[in-house]
Write a protein that binds this ligand. Structure first.
Ligand SMILES: N[C@@H](CCC(=O)N[C@@H](CS)C(=O)NCC(=O)O)C(=O)O
Length: 216
């Protein structure tokens, strides 16, 4: 993408949730500049941490505003630069579904980090918490599975930002030890449906977990 046409700079951390924002920009057909940062010893490098006080990926820059947090970024881009496309407004009947699935990512991530902290190598990992984490994780994934048995996308019949938010958890989180979806046929069919989207294919090619930084 020529720099002079770029609307937004996406600070992309390799193999991270920032691939969502690349995918969103491809879905919206908006120009962006992709700045790639490699992890050092598995974590974000100093230059990345300095971008925003939250020090998490994704981070975007739009003019003089630097914004973090995937769901906030998705809403921001769709509302400010795409006339609300791929979002669901408060007056629409599926607005509660949309909101719920937009925030689902943080539920899953919270449990994912709890699982990491309780891994056998984590000293003093409390057993009782393990049961709670497993129970909650199972409920979330069964909820996802049931929802996808009723509609092709999470907020209903149309693809929305909620799908952009949730897909990472199904495709990339298992690479780090997150729950797999092999036993969830509706979720598997959903991932297949998503992975056939031209914008998703384009985004994963440049910023997905198997992508390599440009010029390497
Ligand atoms: N809730 C945040 C989570 C962001 C997050 O945890 N990002 C990970 C990458 S997948 C990160 O910044 N990791 C780098 C590190 O911790 O050093 C969001 O959706 O933006």
């Amino acid at each position: 993408m020529p720099k002079e046409q770029a609307l937004i700079t996406i600070h992309h951390l390799g193999v991270s949730q920032s691939d969502r924002i690349v995918w969103l920009m491809e879905e919206l057909d908006l120009p962006y500049l992709l700045k790639w940062y490699n992890r050092k010893d598995g974590v974000a490098p100093e230059e990345y941490l300095a971008l925003h006080p939250a020090a998490t990926a994704p981070v975007i820059q739009d003019g003089d505003r630097v914004i973090a947090e995937s769901a906030a970024i998705c809403e921001y881009i769709c509302q400010r630069h795409a006339g609300g496309k791929l979002t669901v407004g408060p007056a629409q009947p599926n607005y509660p579904d949309y909101l719920y699935w937009m925030h689902f990512n943080n539920n899953i991530l919270g449990l994912f980090f709890a699982k990491l902290a309780m891994a056998p190598q984590a000293p003093g990992a409390p057993e009782g918490i393990g049961r709670v984490v497993r129970r909650r994780e199972e409920s979330y994934y069964q909820h996802l599975e049931q929802t996808l048995g009723r509609s092709p996308y999470l907020a209903g019949s149309d693809f929305t930002c909620a799908d952009v938010m949730v897909t990472f958890n199904l495709t990339s989180l298992p690479l780090f030890g997150g729950r797999k979806i092999d036993d969830l046929p509706n979720a598997q069919a959903y991932v297949k449906r998503i992975s056939e989207r031209p914008a998703y294919i384009r985004a994963m090619k440049v910023a997905g977990p198997s992508a390599t930084p440009p010029n390497t």
